[in-house]
Design a binder for this molecule. Structure first.
Ligand SMILES: *[C@@H]1O[C@H](CO)[C@@H](O)[C@H](O)[C@H]1NC(C)=O
Ligand SMILES: *[C@@H]1O[C@H](CO)[C@@H](O)[C@H](O)[C@H]1NC(C)=O
Ligand SMILES: *[C@@H]1O[C@H](CO)[C@@H](O)[C@H](O)[C@H]1NC(C)=O
Length: 324
């Protein structure tokens, strides 16, 4: 027999009787960095169980002056490569957003793994926003299906499955997907899933969190293991992600490039507005700057005087440590 105090070290342990011993629950403490961040519930160890939302985020679900009025029009995105939303049997349980035809000139396309708000399996809410990004020459694999369950939740492994799928070359039918340019991203719980997927996985080179950051102060030490630039796209003071993203932004490793932008939308952002609204524009500009070194896009984010800067769109912008 293994002494009782050693049991937690063994995780799933096949006992003589053939019964699997359950993996020990994650207990935060300053030196506890588990190998993987999958944890005990949706969103992984950077997240909370949905049942604790009221405890952590009471009052953080309001709207703001920039909240869209009604749902926008469905388009193929405003970018040069009209985009589609489709399901692909080579990645079950997910939905792909990509240009309808591979862009001419063998354009190199960065890859994004996406997680939904509340970690639901329904990605339909994000159709306008994700098509907008894809139309600029990006391939995205999102958890869930367009009309999927709004109560069942994704796992961190589902987002990792997207990264595995692209890394194995299975996105090649959509064009020239650059698997050295992988971003994990998501809204609310999906953003925390993006942290958890990127944790200890050096295939992931950027992380984008929408309207969210770590809820529990005693888990923020986990950010020591986040080694790639992080962008927080937040909905202003009525968003549950507002105070927490300020704390995460401050707690990231010294010198790590970072961005935190706020628009007064509350927690819901502008995802379902036509072409994803102002969140769509900001996300495209950030990605174009990061992955294509697009100077116009960089200026939209960082230079308040540029003709279509985020600041002129009413965003508040904080950033640090970006190379010149
Ligand atoms: C497209 O570019 C990739 C490298 O970025 C290369 O491996 C591939 O052979 C190219 N395909 C075509 C059809 O030129
Ligand atoms: C550069 O980024 C801007 C803003 O996101 C975009 O509209 C434009 O198409 C990009 N230019 C190129 C050459 O990709
Ligand atoms: C900025 O906010 C003000 C006040 O809500 C609004 O009137 C204006 O149209 C907004 N500007 C843009 C570019 O959306």
């Amino acid at each position: 027999m293994i002494p009782k105090n050693l049991l937690p070290l063994f995780g799933v342990l096949p006992l003589a009787a053939g019964v699997a011993f359950p993996l020990a629950s994650f207990v935060p403490s300053p030196n506890n960095f588990p190998a993987k961040a999958d944890g005990d519930y949706a969103g992984g160890i950077f997240s909370i169980p949905l049942s604790e939302l009221g405890k952590y985020a009471a009052g953080g679900t309001g709207t703001g002056a920039e909240t869209p009025k009604g749902t926008g029009t469905k388009t193929s995105g405003s970018g040069p490569y009209p985009a589609q939303m489709i399901q692909d049997s080579s990645l079950p349980g997910h939905t792909i957003f990509a240009p309808k035809t591979p862009p001419a000139g063998n354009l190199s396309m960065p890859f994004i793994a996406w997680g939904n708000g509340a970690c639901t399996l329904g990605v339909g809410t994000y159709e306008n926003f994700l098509k907008e990004i894809a139309s600029y020459g990006y391939v995205i694999a999102a958890d869930g299906s367009p009309s999927g369950s709004s109560s069942a939740q994704s796992t961190v492994q589902m987002m990792r499955d997207s990264v595995d799928w692209a890394s194995a070359g299975k996105a090649a039918k959509y064009g020239n997907v650059d698997i050295s340019s992988i971003t994990t991203a998501g809204h609310s719980c999906g953003g925390l899933e993006a942290y958890s997927t990127a944790y200890h996985d050096d295939r992931v080179k950027r992380i984008m969190l929408f309207d969210i950051a770590i809820f529990q102060d005693d888990r923020r030490y986990l950010l020591k293991e986040i080694k790639v630039p992080v962008a927080y796209i937040i909905g202003g003071k009525n968003d549950m992600g507002y105070p927490t993203s300020a704390k995460d932004y401050a707690a990231l490793n010294a010198g790590l490039p970072k961005l935190r932008i706020n628009l007064d939308t509350g927690h819901g952002g502008t995802f379902s507005a036509t072409n994803g609204g102002k969140f769509g524009k900001a996300a495209v500009a950030y990605l174009e700057w990061q992955w294509r070194n697009n100077a116009t896009a960089k200026a939209i984010i960082l230079d308040p005087t540029s003709p279509s800067s985020l600041v002129k769109d009413n965003w508040t912008v904080e950033s640090a440590y970006w190379p010149a």
